[in-house]
Write a protein of this length. Structure first.
Length: 505
């Protein structure tokens, strides 16, 4: 009888733990220096073609030395980030992170918890962070919530709960449980993720009523009331209003008090998309205006935006914990709680959301709030708002710049307008200007369209930004704009409307 050949058993732990220790020390030293000196670097630079080609190499089959892997990271990845940790970053709405937050992610990665089930510390930290989030927004103590990847999933979760609460048996029968087509309502300035949420919950984009806005880009309350009335008379089933606490384009706040009253009268769900703006509630000047958020049925917001946490961590809160649980719970035998042992822990978090596999994202929130305290975050948010109002005034003071929307919070929209050009020409001019602002390392604002007009958009959720950075951006914008006009006069730059590449905004 042949003797069985037993292969040596293998694993993924290092052969030499001292190498890992050495590399770990080196990484920490390098990254501390990187963060310390981030303001001295270019905010952004393009990725060379040879580096892009390197990312096309096939999957490796043989192991590589860990020091060589790290060197490749420093050469091909670290030098080419999006730039959102730089003090001159103002694109979209992205947070800057902190060293302690990064350390928390390192610790969470080493623990490698699945924060969904089991008697483990991470579940208790997760629950404590949710309680802190309720306290931050003055949400009912008996309410509930869940940490998610970001605003998109938070808004989807809110709309799922809205549908399943307002329409009996919709959890089982979906939209077919309703006696008519379900309709939801938001302003035309609402983030695109809400449209995706409408698709996910089955009502479709056609049933998401996008209500016109006023001259402050807030939802038109009378138009909202009129549309709900019209839909009900036509046989539709209104079930949810989505209000904005800070629109993505201008930072406008839909009046929460009036939305709360409409939702109560119509007996429909009120969800607030407060992805970044809900946290302005921490600032005394905004507490009264945003007070009614605590009366909404659900509110979504991101801690990786205006709480400066590392990606990714968002949150959605629910006023009625029972409705929240009923919307997502689904009993299965393999998740049954036990009296003792590992399975004796808190109720599985999958009864409150879509995911069963969840990383320990609560740890960076817990450690960051422990490090700085809530008052420091409130002061930081207030500083960002003050900086935005300062920037708005600087724009208004300059004869070649035009403020495109009233500054209401932390977003400033402006354009270079030297006079003598129509809106089509200004659109092309400012698009080219923005790209050069990026390429020359002046700053990293983004863009948007306001009533068809191209605007340079500055969204300030950056704890590293100082007024000098805003002054430099203004000066750079004007300098590049003046250069473009000289190029236009010298026929080196033209407003070519016949070329799709130029005219496409």
């Amino acid at each position: 009888m042949e003797k069985a050949i037993i292969k040596p058993e293998i694993g993924l732990d290092p052969a030499d733990w001292n190498d890992v220790r050495t590399l770990g020390h080196q990484i920490i030293d390098d990254m501390v220096d990187y963060l310390k000196n981030i303001g001295e670097t270019m905010p952004w630079k393009p990725i060379p073609q040879n580096v892009k080609e390197d990312f096309k190499k096939p999957v490796p089959h043989e192991p590589a030395d860990i020091f060589e892997v790290y060197e490749e990271f420093k050469q091909n990845i670290l030098p080419y980030p999006a730039g959102n940790i730089h003090p001159k970053y103002f694109s979209w709405v992205q947070g800057t992170g902190t060293p302690m937050g990064a350390f928390a992610d390192l610790l969470a990665g080493i623990m490698n918890n699945n924060v969904a089930i089991g008697e483990q510390s991470a579940l208790y930290v997760d629950k404590q962070v949710i309680n802190w989030c309720k306290q931050m927004l003055n949400y009912p103590e008996e309410g509930s919530g869940i940490l998610v990847s970001g605003g998109s999933i938070a808004n989807i979760s809110g709309l799922i709960a809205a549908r399943n609460t307002i329409v009996a048996n919709s959890k089982n029968a979906g939209v077919y449980a309703a006696s008519g087509k379900l309709t939801a309502y938001c302003s035309s300035e609402t983030h695109n993720c809400v449209s995706k949420a409408a698709e996910v919950i089955g009502i479709g984009n056609q049933q998401l009523r996008k209500i016109q806005v006023n001259d402050k880009y807030e939802i038109d309350i009378e138009a909202l009331k009129s549309k709900i009335k019209e839909d009900k008379e036509t046989g539709f089933i209104p079930f949810c209003i989505i209000g904005n606490a800070g629109t993505v384009n201008t930072g406008a706040i839909d009046p929460p008090d009036e939305l709360v009253q409409i939702a109560k009268v119509e007996k429909i769900w009120l969800h607030i998309d407060g992805a970044f703006g809900a946290l302005a509630k921490l600032v005394p000047a905004y507490q009264k205006r945003l007070k009614a958020i605590g009366e909404a049925d659900s509110v979504a917001f991101d801690l990786h935006k205006w709480m400066y946490m590392p990606y990714e961590v968002g949150c959605v809160l629910f006023k009625n914990a029972a409705s929240h649980r009923a919307a997502f719970t689904n009993a299965v035998s393999y998740l049954t709680a036990h009296e003792r042992g590992l399975a004796a822990g808190p109720e599985t978090i999958s009864n409150y959301g879509m995911e069963l596999s969840r990383g320990f994202k609560a740890l960076k929130v817990w450690m960051s709030l422990k490090e700085h305290g809530l008052d420091k975050y409130a002061a930081m948010i207030a500083q960002n708002i003050d900086q935005a109002f300062y920037l708005g005034k600087q724009v208004q003071r300059h004869p070649s710049l035009e403020l495109m929307a009233e500054v209401t919070m932390n977003i400033v929209c402006y354009r270079y307008n030297p006079g003598g050009l129509d809106d089509d020409q200004l659109n092309i001019l400012n698009k080219e200007l923005l790209m050069r602002v990026h390429e020359q390392g002046v700053a990293l604002p983004s863009s948007t369209l306001l009533n068809g007009k191209y605007a340079i958009r500055v969204a300030n959720t950056n704890h590293r930004t100082r007024r000098v950075h805003l002054d430099e951006m203004i000066a750079g914008t004007v300098e590049i704009g003046n250069t473009l006009m000289k190029e236009y006069e010298a026929k080196l730059f033209k407003f070519d409307f016949l070329t799709a590449a130029n005219s496409k905004i």
